[in-house]
Ligand binder design. Structure first.
Ligand code: NDP
Length: 399
């Protein structure tokens, strides 16, 4: 018999959170929901708590705790209310919880994901920004507290699936020559740079293959998402930057590949649906139905591959440079990207300026070694202040 797993879903109201709950609901004999969290969407959160029988509901914006209570009562849900940054940490570290899905978007997800690692949980990591900004601290926390880290990003989950597993059940990275990190190229893959000047947030968020939250959709359009994933792969699999090659693969069917020193290349394929990596990680090492339609290779016909264009998509170049620079450079890159993307989504910055804001922020803040979490948080704060200033300067120039 399979043991029942109790799960907290951080970022339950988002795209990954809802896909996770969809998989969980297909297997009531395996999974039970403990806590669900959101930032501000209390009605959606309450409705999810009622539907999935959550024991705790947490809203990150503490001023909405009363609204959440009222919403839960309207839905007939009995979940206990938690709130604020402390509530998120509590939801991640509850003693009855076996497994935590870390699917908060951006740096806000770092502390709760670390709390889950500190509590030695099985940690399903979708929140790539946490690993990008705090790689060494994050991996050290996972190791020291015996947490099990499973990647949810479809590329890293594919790589994980292509790695041999040691007798102890750990992925073994010996014999790897390169990681071939695939990416669709996003909605602007074949558009000349001159046509990208005027693109709107809705155009940038219209991804050809994946339905995702707005921040990661913009990251896909700038290809910064692939850059963040290069850094994520470095920390997850211990590979050097020059061992990670980005391959543009517009069909999003091969989710990534691992090339070995003997010339073998192993790939993981599937329809572009996040429920596959989520189900793989939830049930690991077993396999369960994810509700994903079968991959029809006859209908697919052809799979194609291209080199990425580092000039049209400078975000990718900046991410490699930050990874090579090391220390706080990836934290600065991530913070500046979050500010620039939020400004673009809010109509305050043109699309092509996103990478300029990131590059100028990286140039103007000295990169330092990371010893502790405080080093990361300090760099993140300085980079945000600087990036906001750069965005404001741009706005005052065009006003
Ligand atoms: P969404 O924007 O769809 O959802 C984000 C979730 O985080 C929501 O539940 C939101 O709550 C919550 N949230 C937002 N800000 C805060 C905050 N400050 N504090 C606490 N909670 C917050 O994002 P996605 O689901 O698309 O992405 C989530 C993470 O997964 C990202 O790191 C992304 O890079 C990664 N990822 C996503 C993929 C995808 O297909 N979507 C694929 C691979 C990785 P509320 O609804 O109240 O705003």
């Amino acid at each position: 018999m399979t043991r029942m797993q109790t799960i907290s879903v951080l970022g339950a109201t988002g795209s990954i959170g809802r896909s996770t709950l969809d998989v969980i609901a297909r297997h009531p004999d395996r999974f039970r929901v403990a806590a669900l969290t959101a930032s501000r969407h209390v009605d959606d959160l309450a409705e999810l708590c009622a539907r999935h029988g959550a024991a705790y509901a947490c809203v990150a914006d503490a001023s909405l705790a009363t609204a959440l209570k009222q919403s839960l009562a309207r839905c007939g849900a009995t979940a206990k209310v938690l709130c604020g940054a402390e509530g998120l940490v509590q939801a991640a570290a509850l003693s009855e919880v076996d497994c935590v899905m870390a699917a908060i978007v951006g740096a806000a997800g770092l502390e709760p994901a670390l709390a889950a690692a500190r509590a030695g949980k099985k940690l399903l990591l979708a929140n790539k920004e946490a690993l990008v900004m705090a790689g060494p601290v994050f991996m050290d926390t996972v190791r020291r507290h015996g947490a099990t880290l499973l990647p949810i990003d479809s590329e890293h989950n594919a790589i994980f699936q292509c790695l041999p597993v040691s007798l102890a059940g750990e992925p073994n990275t010996s014999g790897i020559r390169r990681i071939l990190l695939t990416g669709s190229g996003g909605p602007f893959r074949s558009r000349p740079r001159s046509e990208l000047r005027e693109v709107s947030p809705d155009q940038a968020c219209a991804h050809p293959n994946w339905v995702m939250g707005r921040k990661i959709s913009v990251d896909s359009a700038t290809m910064m998402n692939k850059g963040l994933e290069v850094i994520e792969a470095h920390w997850l699999f211990g590979v050097r930057p020059e061992q990670i090659q980005v391959v543009v693969h517009p069909q999003s069917v091969i989710h990534s590949m691992v090339e070995y020193v003997d010339g073998s290349v192993l790939a993981q394929l599937g329809n572009p649906d996040m429920r596959t990596p989520i189900a793989q990680a939830l049930s690991y090492p077993d396999r369960i139905d994810a509700g994903v339609p079968l991959l029809d290779l006859y209908a697919m016909g052809a799979l194609t591959f291209e080199q990425p264009d580092f000039e049209r998509f400078p975000g990718l170049r900046l991410a490699y440079e930050a990874l090579r620079a090391g220390g706080t450079a990836p934290s600065i890159l991530n913070a500046a990207n979050e500010i620039a993307v939020a400004a673009f989504l809010g109509g305050r910055l043109p699309f092509l300026k996103i990478s300029e804001v990131i590059e100028e922020t990286l140039q103007s803040i000295p990169c330092a070694a990371i010893g502790t979490l405080e080093d990361v948080i300090g760099a993140d704060r300085r980079a945000r202040t600087r990036a906001v200033h750069i965005v404001d300067r741009h706005r005052s120039r065009v006003a």
